[in-house]
Design a protein around this ligand. Sequence first.
Ligand code: DQA
Length: 147
Amino acid sequence: STVYILNGPNLNLLGKRQPHIYGHETLQDVENACRALASELGHDIRFHQSNREYEIIDWIHEARDEGHGIVINPAAFTHTSVAILDALNAFEGPVIEVHISNVHKRESFRHHSYVSLRADGVIAGLGIEGYELAVRRVASLLRLQQK
Ligand code: DQA
């Protein structure tokens, strides 16, 4: 199956943007690590980033049609987007939410996540390693579903 790895606004600047919070590695580094791991686990990935809410929604719909798994770092849309929550609620496969930083240690507006109302699991504060752990978890949930 295919694991969709979806990234929200400003994550194209990863590595350059507030490195004291988000680290020095780039989104390309994240993609490379996820690709290597996914192929080890026997999965394909579709890795996307957008600053536009509708594109993220369209990718969730695409994942729905094809029935696979989703790893999503919705970035600031985490805290604002009922539309992304609704799209995920229309998706039946496993969903893991990832945040590079520990959102609970930060401003209170980052403490609430719409996406967590749907996510099967949430990873925050593990840096970009969180993505690889999320891919592993989606792979095990896909395996469990097949049984
Ligand atoms: C983030 C946390 C969000 O609060 C923030 O808006 C981001 C990135 C993270 O990965 O830590 O853009 O999702």
